[in-house]
Design a protein around this ligand. Structure first.
Ligand code: ZN
Length: 150
């Protein structure tokens, strides 16, 4: 990868870590799951509003390093409006990308998420990048923790 491209990728990650999108509790959410990465201390809560098999809305709250925050922010941007099957497929592609199983050039469907391709060179950062995704996966594969209306 060219230095220029790396810099560009870095800019997207810095931007999303400083100004995270969709970082707020979600009114009307019907799934809520918490995730924690003890290696780095990243904490995240994902909120999903699922209607007719589609992610109608998604947001997160949390505190963590720049990588985990940027990853959660980009995840919410990428998944709004996606079907549950589409979200699971993206989860798999993203996981393959950051663990180095799938080269960035072969994952055009990842779009902006490809900025995390460099993470596979930093094994200790992989869990930071995938925390939001594992949390999402838990929310999709189970009923998750129902949001309390209290
Ligand atoms: Zn982290």
């Amino acid at each position: 990868m060219s230095t220029e491209l790396r810099d560009l990728y870095q800019q997207v990650i810095v931007d999303h870590s400083k100004r995270p999108r969709n970082q707020h509790p979600l009114e009307g959410a019907n799934r809520k799951v918490e995730g924690y990465n003890p290696l780095c201390g990243d904490k995240i809560t994902m909120y999903l509003k699922i209607e007719d098999g589609v992610i109608a809305d998604i947001s997160f709250e949390g505190s963590g390093c720049a990588i985990s925050t940027a990853s959660a922010s980009l995840l919410t941007e990428s998944l709004k409006g996606k079907t549950l099957e589409g979200a699971e497929a993206l989860f798999e592609s993203f996981h393959n990308l950051v663990t180095g199983l799938e080269p960035a050039g072969e994952a055009p469907k990842l779009g902006k998420l490809a900025v995390f391709s460099g993470v596979c060179d930093y094994p200790t950062r992989i869990k930071c990048a995938t925390l939001a995704w594992h949390t999402l996966h838990a929310a999709l594969s189970s009923e998750g923790e129902k949001v309390s209306t209290e």
